[in-house]
Design a protein around this ligand. Structure first.
Ligand code: NA7
Length: 537
């Protein structure tokens, strides 16, 4: 059986950097990747209009000055082709591909207590062994194909935004249906509307979305940025979300300002584009403050959408930001087009999909193509697709009661699963942060940890049950100081029938979180049991 120091799953931002760090430290590693090239979620997410909503200059690695200097982003928000080009460049620049096995899915990883190694099985029928098993599967990589009666009978083409084909898709002259209005749907809808003959949008829940105000970066700005990576890195790391914010905006309460001034602040944020919820410091902790921004966005929707009945259907009534907020390019404007019809499937539910289209209780919509913008089995979904078993054959799925009870230490490690690390795992800042910032932090922490084990001649590291309980409790306590757990969203599995999760994200901020992780390491990996040749330390 082939043996490695580490096996890494996934060749997205996490897996690529993890591989680079492992190599730098002289460790042998193999990355398994299901796709036939690098990119992770950005390899699969090729739907029309796919973009990241973290600004380009922050949504990239900051570990290498040379890499930062040689890459030039051309627009404020990076689109999917640019991100994929960037990750291909990283893979080539650091010569990563030779340790990545593409077109291979990891199906199982079992910890063998006798050899203190992970046995990793892949769908090509092989098994390899490694001391460390590292997940870089991401949080949004298990596509949610909805279980709608008759879906397989549809005669036209069916696409999922998360597994878009790698060939051009042309909707010209076609009648297209889009189910779902999350980030993916909201990005795709204006682009598809401009191409298709008719577009029908099947909306279950309306969204708060604000303009991205995407624009080209000018050359002078990029030059300055490249000269200042050190400062940018510090601002990223010192922020709450991994995206630097204006400190002036962040230290004010929305309720402390008179309504006229508050509206001016929101208007300025709306015009500037991007995340409006960082305008004040209590929009996500105080329901009354939250209502001020929610009402502002509702008014905007009503002012943009000409048909008041359509505007009503598009207007959300829940807490702002508890469902992942979205930024868009001409989303609400798209409903003013003659070729776009909004179908509110809460009022008029889809009863089935027929060979010819979508049938609701009231109407039949004839379609040539159907786009499922129905999101992901998020956060736990990608991990549960692998049969991960720790000591005594315990599966991760059982340990977390199918996701109903998540217990981790720092969102990085699990009691009962020695030498297993989850990059951006549940109970870390993950999807409520700039993922690249959180990935770099986790990868560097894991790499330092593995060096420590090697230098000290230690075989295993395993979270203690006590540390895990304390962390999970702390995570929940912090979450409940915010409004996040009150929302119905993929954060808690509300989008998947039968799935419920405790709120799985550590929301004290990437700055606070980094400090905690660093302290754990500085204190000799406090909260972990470290073993050498069978003895616990
Ligand atoms: P999201 O944000 O989960 O959006 C999925 C959308 O699909 C959302 O509007 C869902 O409605 C809708 N949906 C899901 N299942 C169904 C069924 N069965 N019937 C009708 N409508 C359905 O996924 P995205 O891909 O847009 O974005 C994921 C993340 O990627 C995003 O947040 C960013 O972090 C990047 P619901 O709201 O559940 O009622």
């Amino acid at each position: 059986m082939e043996q490695f120091d580490a096996i890494v799953v996934g060749a997205g931002f996490s897996g690529l950097y993890m591989l680079h760090k492992l190599r730098e430290q002289g460790m042998s590693a193999r990355v398994y990747e299901a796709g036939d090239n690098v990119g992770g979620v950005w390899y699969w997410n090729r739907y029309p209009g796919a973009k990241c909503d973290v600004e380009s200059i922050y949504y990239n690695y900051t570990f290498s000055d040379a890499l930062y200097k040689e890459w030039t982003w051309t627009t404020r928000y990076p689109d999917q082709p640019s991100i994929l080009r960037y990750l291909n460049h990283v893979a080539d620049r650091f010569d990563l591909r030779r340790d990545i096995q593409f077109r291979t899915r990891v199906t199982a990883a079992h910890y063998d207590e006798k050899t203190r190694a992970w046995q990793v099985k892949t769908d090509d029928g092989k098994t390899v062994a490694a001391r460390y098993f590292i997940s870089g599967v991401g949080c949004l990589s298990a596509a949610n194909r909805p279980d709608i009666k008759g879906l397989d009978s549809f005669r036209g083409e069916v696409f999922h935004t998360g597994t878009w084909p790698h060939r051009p898709v042309d909707f010209t002259g076609k009648r297209v249906g889009v189910i779902g209005t999350g980030s993916s749907g909201i990005q795709a809808i204006p682009v598809i509307a401009a191409q298709a003959d008719q577009l029908y949008v099947f909306q279950r829940t309306p969204q708060y979305s604000t303009p991205a105000a995407d624009r080209p970066y000018d050359a002078e700005h990029m030059r300055e940025v490249k000269e200042n990576l050190g400062e940018i890195r510090t601002r990223i790391r010192d922020s709450w979300s991994g995206v630097p914010r204006s400190p002036i905006a962040m230290d004010r309460s929305a309720l402390a300002e008179p309504p006229v001034q508050r509206r001016q602040t929101y208007e300025a944020a709306w015009q500037h584009g991007g995340w409006i919820h960082s305008s004040y410091n209590d929009l996500i902790t105080d329901a009354q403050a939250n209502e001020t921004v929610a009402q502002f966005v509702r008014d905007k929707i009503r002012s943009i959408v000409k048909d008041p009945q359509v505007a009503d259907k598009l207007t959300p009534d829940y807490l702002f930001g508890t469902k992942r907020p979205v930024i868009d390019t001409n989303y609400f404007q798209t409903y003013n087009r003659d070729n776009v019809t909004l179908v509110d499937i809460r009022q008029d539910p889809i009863t089935e999909i027929t060979p010819d289209g979508v049938r609701t209780a009231g109407t039949e919509y004839a379609l040539d193509a159907l786009v499922l913008a129905t999101g992901y089995d998020a956060i736990t979904g990608p991990l549960f697709r692998i049969d991960i078993r720790g000591k005594d054959g315990m599966s991760l799925q059982d340990k977390w009661a199918g996701g109903k009870e998540i217990h981790t230490y720092l969102g990085l490690a699990n009691a009962g699963f020695p030498n297993f690390f989850t990059i951006t795992g549940p109970q870390s800042p993950s999807v409520l942060s700039n993922m690249v910032c959180s990935i770099e932090q986790h990868v560097e922490w894991i790499a330092d940890c593995l060096c420590h084990l090697r230098d000290e001649g230690l075989d295993t590291i395993e979270a203690t049950v006590a540390a895990e309980q304390t962390w999970s409790r702390h995570c929940a306590e912090v979450a409940h100081t915010t409004l996040f757990p009150r929302g119905e969203s993929w954060y808690t599995g509300a989008n998947i029938p039968g799935k419920t999760m405790p709120f799985p994200i550590y929301v004290a901020g990437v700055n606070v979180y980094r400090g905690i992780c660093d302290k754990v390491a500085a204190n000799g990996y406090e909260g972990f049991a470290l073993t050498r040749s069978g003895t616990a330390r």
